[in-house]
Every structure is written in C-alpha cells, then in structure tokens.
Design a protein around this ligand. Sequence first.
Ligand code: ADP
Ligand code: MG
Length: 260
Amino acid sequence: MIQIEALTYGYHGGIPLFEAFNWETQPGEAWAVLGPSGCGKTTLLYLIAGLRFPQAGRVLIDGNELKRPRPRSGLILQDYGLLPWASVRQNVALGLNVRRFYGPDGKHAPAEALPPANVDTWLKRLGIDAIAEKFPGQISGGQRQRTAIARTLALQPDLLLMDEPFSSLDAPTRESLQALTLEIKAEQNLSLVIVTHAIEEAAIMGRKILLLGQPPNRQAVVIDNPGSEHPAYRNSSEYLALCQQLRSRMEPARTMYATP
Ligand code: ADP
Ligand code: MG
C-alpha cells in the first residue's frame, strides 16, 4: 500500500528527520507509528498524505508516486479541524460537498454521478446522529473527534491516516474510540496508520508498530504485534510485556541540560 523508498526529509536549518529511510506497508494493515515528540511522526504522515514531498527518495501509494494529495487517503488531525459555525451534520457533509464541487482530482467537477451521500449512515455509525444539529462548541471532545472521523469516512477512503487523534480525550472516551476505529477499519477493509507518542495506544492500535527515534531516522524499526487482533488484548500479559518492551526501546526526548 505505502512504499517509502530512500526518503530524505528535513526542515530548513534543522538536522534531517529521515535519511535514506525505507518502509513498506501492505493493504489492510493496521500500523501505529510510535516515537517521542519531535521525532518526525507528523512530518511522516504529511509525506504519506502528499502534503509534503521528499527532498530525496520517493513515497508511493499502490505503486504510484505521490505528486499531490490522494482522494482516497483520509487524514484525521489532532485538533479535529471542524468548522465552528457549521452543525455536526454540515461538518460531516463538508468533504463530500467540496468533492462534488471540485471533482475527485480537485480541479474538475465530477463527470459521472457520485455515489449517494451517506452522511446519515456515518452519523449513525459514529453514534452522533442525535447531536447532528448541534455545533462543535456545544459537544464534547469525543463527539468532535467522532464528527471528524465521520466526515473522513463519508469520503470512502481506503487509507486512514490519523495524527494523535485521541490524545486530548479522557481515558474511557479514548478507549471506546480506539475500539470503534478498529471495528470500522475491519468492516471497511481500510489500511490504517495512526501516529502516537503513547505506548499503550500503539500497542492497542498497531498490528505492526513502526518505532521512530531521535532524528535522523535511518532504518525502520518494526515490531510485530499479532496479539492486538484479539478481543480483551488490553488485559493480557502479552500486552503488558509489549508495553514494557516499547518503553525500554523508546528513546527519551533530548533534554536541554546534559546530566553529568
Ligand atoms: P512529531 O510529530 O513526532 O512530534 P514533527 O514531525 O511535528 O514531530 O516535527 C519534527 C521536527 O521538525 C521537530 O523538531 C519540529 O520542531 C520540526 N518541525 C516541524 N514542522 C516544522 C516546520 N514547518 N518548520 C520547521 N521545523 C519544523
Ligand atoms: Mg506530531
């Protein structure tokens, strides 16, 4: 699905975040990208989304080198990106309306009819149909994130990219949204890449885990997590052991003051 070949990328004036970096995912896989703050997780997601481009190397999706954002890649950001003056229903319909106007290539209105809008289906599936007429300022953080997810799913993505989507939610809300995301991923046969700095979240969401460290990242460190597909994994000793392993392998963020 995603192929990253000899990727080099850094911001002006900084050390490269990625240097000749290779990584590959298969269709239908669930990946968590785990690493400390500042290691380049969001940047990697933007490169996969076609919002930034390699300084060297290539990013391919389904064998095609990315030159622009890809219509079937859905991106969900940490701060939801909802329009405050639009209702939940209008926010969920937003992407569809934009696509209807500009067409799937972002330039031309669609030549053939699009599939019927499935806004109501997604409002129900995310459990926000009862608050569809409310505005973002009137609903909880969990409901806002559900709205953002519904908006993205209404566009029928085959690849879901999520940047720390649950980090500002309380634990029970976070856990229920993690479970719901995995259910929908299986139902819709999506590929998933979820970026997180939280070890527990990576262990729950990632059937495979890409561990990033202090830049430059030169080699993909991949950890297999087959247990994540079993229900009740969160309560297993296997899960606890994995969290411990990840904790010991995750480099702490560089501190300003060197310890003697
Ligand atoms: P993460 O998501 O893992 O916290 P980011 O990909 O956001 O990391 O950022 C990686 C590094 O690149 C950080 O040191 C950050 O300060 C820097 N960085 C991010 N965006 C920019 C930018 N637009 N311009 C310059 N530096 C940036
Ligand atoms: Mg980030």
